[in-house]
Design a binder for this molecule. Sequence first.
Ligand SMILES: NC(=O)c1ccc[n+]([C@@H]2O[C@H](COP(=O)([O-])OP(=O)(O)OC[C@H]3O[C@@H](n4cnc5c(N)ncnc54)[C@H](OP(=O)(O)O)[C@@H]3O)[C@@H](O)[C@H]2O)c1
Length: 230
Amino acid sequence: MTHTLVTGANRGLGLEFVRQLLGRGTRVIATCRQPGRAVELTRLAGEYPGHLTVVPLALPDPRSLGELVREVESLDIRVECLINNAGMLVAGEHYGSIEAKALQDSFAANAQGPFLLTQALAPRLADDAKVVNISSGLASIAGATSLFSPSYSISKAALNMATKLTSIALADRGIVVIALSPGWVSTDMGGANASLTPAQSITAMLKVIDGLRIDDSGRFLAHSGESIGW
Ligand SMILES: NC(=O)c1ccc[n+]([C@@H]2O[C@H](COP(=O)([O-])OP(=O)(O)OC[C@H]3O[C@@H](n4cnc5c(N)ncnc54)[C@H](OP(=O)(O)O)[C@@H]3O)[C@@H](O)[C@H]2O)c1
């Protein structure tokens, strides 16, 4: 049996991924740091019996990663789509007072976590699976014009390199690995003034994911499906 695994699924874009995937009949493993507090995921598990498994995962903690892999092994499933969605942004940074901890935490959550999770789950990925690393337009070095959230931008640029390297590592199994930007979306991270709702962003990203071919592996795409300059 094949499943889609979504990280950071208790709120924001991750939760909307889960909602839309369940709505179209996909079996989902949803990870979050505190399943006991994930009220909406618990409700969805009741609404879609047998289709949603909620599993704890705090990135990039090695013990937590190990427990997740053991859980996936115990379910005896193949993951046909891994959506590395969990991420964090340190708000209010100004050049001149950027702290080491902000850079370290951002790298850990946004680059190290997704890279290590994909590596750990690689044996459980279906051949021809899709790995989608949720990146950001702010990761684009080619498009950088402001100093907005440096720790975030630097860590997401690192995620883009992790994406490219993972695409090379998994190419011989036919696994497609991409970096995908959701656009500016109204979540806790994106804020109320964003241009897209979570539903709009996820609908667009699922269309991109559905259309992925092996030739797309290693690309950096927008939610529209267009390439973004590295
Ligand atoms: N919203 C936008 O405009 C926008 C634009 C570009 C890219 N993105 C990217 O889209 C993804 C989802 O963002 P969002 O807007 O939905 O953000 P959000 O509302 O802040 O949700 C972030 C999710 O990531 C989880 N998370 C954060 N750090 C984690 C860690 N170390 N380990 C495990 N889970 C962790 C959070 O868990 P907790 O609830 O436990 O904190 C939460 O579930 C992120 O990768 C973000 O960078 C968003």
